[in-house]
Write a protein that binds this ligand. Structure first.
Ligand code: ADP
Length: 181
């Protein structure tokens, strides 16, 4: 099963993607985690993306697409995966189509949380790139660049809207239910 999770920063996408991937026995592919790991290890990619992430901007598509390409070629992604944080722009979505074909995704889960709650959650989570200014920028970047992907995939009839409000277990159940599990 190949799944894609979409949702604004703070929606709980990463947490839910990890839980659902475990439940379904498929790989969890998080570009945000991959970038954070490069920064933590001090790789040359990490030094390129550190300031971009700290400002809440997007890493250039070319870098992100190349990293994703390598990741999904790894053996654990062979039997399926959840993409979390990729694609985040239309060119990334088009690159994914080129890579896998237009029919490849079985479902897209769109996790929905009201903006006021997103801001509250992001400011209380205390990650390095979660300052107030960065949070506002990330939400603006999400609306401009990533939200249009919901319409892009809706045209294929594969999007399930799931509300991300409620306790973590409850949201996981809702997602599994939407996926028919
Ligand atoms: P969140 O879900 O809170 O926005 P992520 O962990 O998904 O956080 O991503 C953190 C940061 O990593 C983003 O703000 C961005 O700078 C970078 N990033 C992650 N995925 C992508 C992507 N697909 N394209 C460009 N930048 C990305």
């Amino acid at each position: 099963m190949r799944l894609l999770f979409l949702g604004p920063p703070g929606a709980g996408k990463g947490t839910q993607a990890e839980r659902v991937a475990k439940e379904l026995g498929i790989a969890h592919v998080s570009t945000g985690e991959m970038f954070r790991s490069h920064v933590a290890k001090g790789t040359s990619l990490g030094s390129k993306v550190q300031a971009i992430m700290a400002a809440g901007d997007l890493v250039p598509d070319e870098i992100t697409i190349a990293m994703l390409h390598e990741r999904i070629a790894e053996s654990d992604a062979h039997d399926g995966f959840i993409l979390d944080g990729f694609p985040r722009t239309l060119p990334q979505a088009e690159a994914l189509d080129d890579e896998l074909g237009q029919e490849a995704l079985d479902a897209v889960v769109s996790l929905e949380v009201p903006e006021s709650e997103l801001i509250e959650r992001l400011l209380s989570r205390g990650r390095e790139d979660d300052t107030e200014e960065t949070v506002r920028n990330r939400l603006a970047v999400y609306s401009a660049d990533t939200e249009p992907l919901i319409a892009f995939y809706s045209e294929r009839g594969i999007v399930s809207d799931v509300t991300g409000v409620g306790d973590i277990d409850e949201v996981t159940k809702r997602i599994l239910d939407a996926l028919g599990h």
